[in-house]
Design a protein around this ligand. Structure first.
Ligand code: NAD
Length: 456
């Protein structure tokens, strides 16, 4: 389809239309790739220190606009204001971190006979970043900042429902002095603008974050062209609570481990696995914790959980929770907005849909387990492998279980998963490749080996 179309952006807390944005067509993608290639050639040829300086200036401008970007995120995505400030700050930090890598992106010198062997890390060219709606700013930056730092140009396609912060970031990049065309944002439909980016021969790599279903299609299209691809996909992560843990601390940390961002978090700990001997005590502590979660206006500083992103998402979440399903319930506002209460389901079979599929809403299941072996078996009984938490006071057990759980990002006695300085990505159907961390820039380079003879 190459005819013009528009995207309507709704405030998910009120259902009001807050913006209408033109959607990119395949012809727009073609034109963007031409601009990006020209900008990329100049960018790659610039002095590394100058590239780093411009990225730091971009970071400083994001820092000056944290509050504005955060307010925009609250309006278009329904994120709580506290989270949204963190998200804008994450963009700033990642730009700074990546800028620090520009002058450290070095190849190697490998001992060989008869000459000198060196590797060059060369930029790939134009990178297509396709982002989801659940963390519009950070996820856009996870692909964009290291790709730019490694000498590439970026075309970012934000999700249909959340283009506004991405568009603002592109304006700030230009204001910071990044060359025109180097970082472009093309809002549009996945099947139109997203697909055009994936198919485009001038795009060297796709960084996709989104559902496993779409990720598989993108990987198949990339395979035909041997296009490089990073996939950050779904999750159904366990929160494993052993009876020897600090049960009060584990129970206190559990609500926000799956309710943060209204559960629309690929790392949400939505399978709460509790050792049977501690089960009753844990549930007694968890009940009040769930009831006390403050759900409401995301711009209110006291709010802990806002609405879901859309009516489609609300209906999807509802389909997993029968009205009379046993478990714990929190509260949610009535009236306009896509609200669903914090929910913990109990008494489910371990293979029930809500226990194995990604709900992507404020819904978790609790399943009891007998011993360490049983815990690991249950933790791994899913096609996903993104994150997970292990609560125990036994250091040996923490390490054994960390090794045994097939997931890319684990935390012990905490629920943290994502830091810009540490690698992030999934095992199994949660993804392919890694983002962030010390090697983030290398993922946007091609390694070239050069041998120089000393015999001639
Ligand atoms: P989605 O797959 O529907 O869409 C993601 C992006 O892909 C959007 O920009 C969309 O427009 C685009 N898209 C859709 N169809 C396309 C196509 N055929 N070709 C190219 N692009 C296309 O996912 P969503 O509903 O926006 O996001 C939620 C999903 O993202 C969840 O499954 C969640 O777990 C996952 N996610 C993963 C991570 C991670 O790092 N692993 C992080 C956040 C979200």
């Amino acid at each position: 389809m190459s005819t013009a179309y528009e995207l309507q952006v709704l405030n998910p807390a009120t259902e009001e239309v807050i913006a209408t944005v033109p959607g990119a067509t395949p012809a727009d993608v073609d034109a963007a790739v031409v601009r990006a290639r020209a900008a990329q050639h100049r960018w790659a040829a610039a002095a590394p220190a100058d590239r780093a300086r411009l990225l730091r200036r971009f970071a400083a401008l994001v820092d000056e606009h944290v509050e504005e970007l955060a307010r925009l995120e609250v309006r278009e995505a329904g994120h709580t204001i506290g989270n949204a400030r963190w998200e804008a700050g994450n963009v700033r930090d990642l730009l700074d971190f990546s800028a620090g890598g520009v002058e450290r992106l070095s190849g190697r010198q490998i001992p060989v006979a008869g000459g000198l062997d060196i590797t060059l890390l060369e930029p790939l060219g134009v990178i297509g970043v396709i982002a989801p709606w659940n963390f519009p700013m950070p996820i856009a930056a996870w692909g964009t900042a290291p790709a730019l730092a490694a000498g590439n140009a970026v075309i970012l396609k934000p999700a249909e429902t959340t283009p506004l912060t991405a568009l603002r970031l592109a304006e700030l990049a230009l204001e910071a002095g990044l060359p025109e065309g180097l970082f472009q944002v093309l809002p549009g439909a996945g099947a139109i603008a997203g697909n055009a980016l994936v198919e485009h021969p001038g795009v060297a790599k796709i960084v996709f974050t989104g559902s496993t279903r779409v990720g598989k299609q993108i990987m198949a299209t990339c395979a035909e062209r041997v296009k490089r691809v990073t996939l950050e996909l779904g999750g159904k992560s366990p929160n494993i609570v052993f009876a020897d843990a600090d049960i009060e601390a584990a129970a206190a940390a559990t609500p926000m481990s799956f309710l943060d961002n209204s559960g629309q978090d690929c790392c949400a700990r939505t399978r709460i696995l509790v050792q049977r001997t501690a089960y009753d005590r844990f549930m007694d502590l968890l009940g009040p914790g769930i009831e006390q979660i403050v759900v409401g206006d995301p711009s209110d500083e006291k709010t802990q959980m806002g609405p879901l992103i859309s009516r489609v998402q609300l209906e999807r979440v509802r389909s997993y929770v029968a009205d009379d399903a046993p478990g714990l319930r929190g509260s949610a506002p009535e009236g306009p907005g896509f609200w669903f209460p914090p929910t913990v389901l109990t008494g489910l079979d371990p293979d029930a849909p809500a226990a194995v599929e990604e709900v992507f809403g404020p819904v978790a299941v609790v399943l009891p387990f007998e011993d360490e072996e049983d815990a690991v078996r249950l933790a791994n009984a899913t096609e996903y492998g993104l994150s997970g938490s292990i609560w125990t006071r036994d250091v040996g057990r923490a390490l054994r279980v960390s090794r045994a759980v097939a997931a890319g990002n684990l935390s012990v006695n905490s629920h943290s998963s994502v830091r810009y300085s540490t690698p992030f990505g999934g095992y199994k159907q949660s993804g392919l490749g890694r983002e962030l961390g010390p090697d983030a820039l290398t993922a946007f380079t091609e390694t070239k080996n050069v041998f120089i003879s000393t015999e001639a």
